[in-house]
Design a protein around this ligand. Structure first.
Ligand SMILES: Nc1nc2c(c(=O)[nH]1)N[C@@H](CN(C=O)c1ccc(C(=O)N[C@@H](CCC(=O)O)C(=O)O)cc1)CN2
Length: 281
């Protein structure tokens, strides 16, 4: 039997706690969101984040940044938000318009306002397993919250992370490493044969490569936990990177798409936002 890891359900639990924490804080919580207004995906996701934030009592300031901007001008904008006492958190929605170096922009966000955990300073703290508090990128942190909720152990387990983006693969591998898993990272240059062999060992597979149905059930280890971070659209339907039907009866646990990692990403971003507001009050 394959059990669903219900991200929508767990996200609701996190969101309810966030709303209580926001209500208990004696100052407004404001998240500034920098995004490319010409990117349809970003329009959709920023809209989803702003609507959910409003429901939890978090104000958002959505700031469109188009292709006419430069890396320098966007960094100057981030610096003005860093200095703005009314802004408690900052999010840079990826991707920014072509030509703007988004990693430089991520790293311009002050660690004390880095709601999305994508800046070099906080990612360095994650890789160093720092003892001081720091924020972690919303998608991988949301995956860890799902694993914890369903009591899926990581210690001593073999984990395979497929994808090495700043948003997902790199921080995911660090989190699993910090949680005592034996972690391998595969990516676009991993030979298909090698990937198949790695999959057969993996107790936990977390995949985010943006290729619909990239992972087939027959390639998984019996009893694996499968985390699908893919968000592709096929025939107008949200479709993951894992061939969900073929994983039935092979995986012990799997996240659905939609309703798995996506809602956890937004819930974790807003959880990070209230945590920063509390820390900096
Ligand atoms: N700065 C960031 N940029 C991006 C991130 C991120 O975490 N930080 N992640 C993705 C997009 N993303 C959030 O930004 C995101 C994608 C999908 C969902 C979601 O809830 N999806 C639904 C399905 C929606 C549908 O049906 O179309 C689901 O999975 O249930 C939330 C957030 C890229 N950029």
């Amino acid at each position: 039997m394959t059990e669903l890891l219900d991200g929508a359900k767990v996200a609701k639990i996190i969101n309810d706690k966030t709303a209580q924490r926001v209500a208990g804080l004696d100052k407004p919580v404001t998240l500034a969101v920098i995004y490319d207004p010409d990117n349809e995906g970003s329009q959709l996701y920023v809209g989803m984040k702003s609507r959910k934030a409003a429901k939890l009592g978090i104000q958002t300031r959505d700031i469109p940044v188009g292709a006419d901007e430069t890396t320098e001008s966007v960094i100057a904008l981030v610096e003005s938000l860093n200095a703005d006492d009314d802004v408690t958190g900052i999010l840079v929605q990826s991707p920014l318009a072509k030509g703007i170096k988004e990693r430089q922009v991520f790293s311009a966000v002050a660690p004390s306002k880095d709601a999305d955990g994508l800046g070099a300073k906080v990612q360095g703290m994650l890789f160093g397993d720092a003892l001081e508090p720091y924020t972690v990128a919303a998608t991988p942190q949301g995956v860890m919250s799902l694993l914890n909720y369903y009591h899926i152990p990581t210690k001593g387990k073999v984990a395979l992370v497929i994808g090495r983006s700043q948003l997902f693969g790199r921080p995911m591998s660090a989190l699993l490493n910090n949680a005592d898993a034996t972690v391998t990272v595969a990516h676009r240059f991993t030979e298909p044969d090698i990937l198949k062999r790695l999959l057969k060992f993996a107790d936990i597979v977390a995949v985010g490569v943006g290729i619909p149905n990239f992972i087939k059930g027959k390639d998984l280890k019996q009893g694996a936990t499968v985390i699908d971070v893919g968000m592709n659209v096929v025939d107008g339907k949200a479709t993951g990177d894992v061939d969900f039907d073929s994983a039935q009866g092979i995986a012990d646990f799997i996240t659905p798409v939609p309703g798995g990692v996506g809602p956890m990403t937004i819930a974790t971003l807003l959880e990070n936002t209230i945590t920063l507001a509390e820390q900096n009050k």
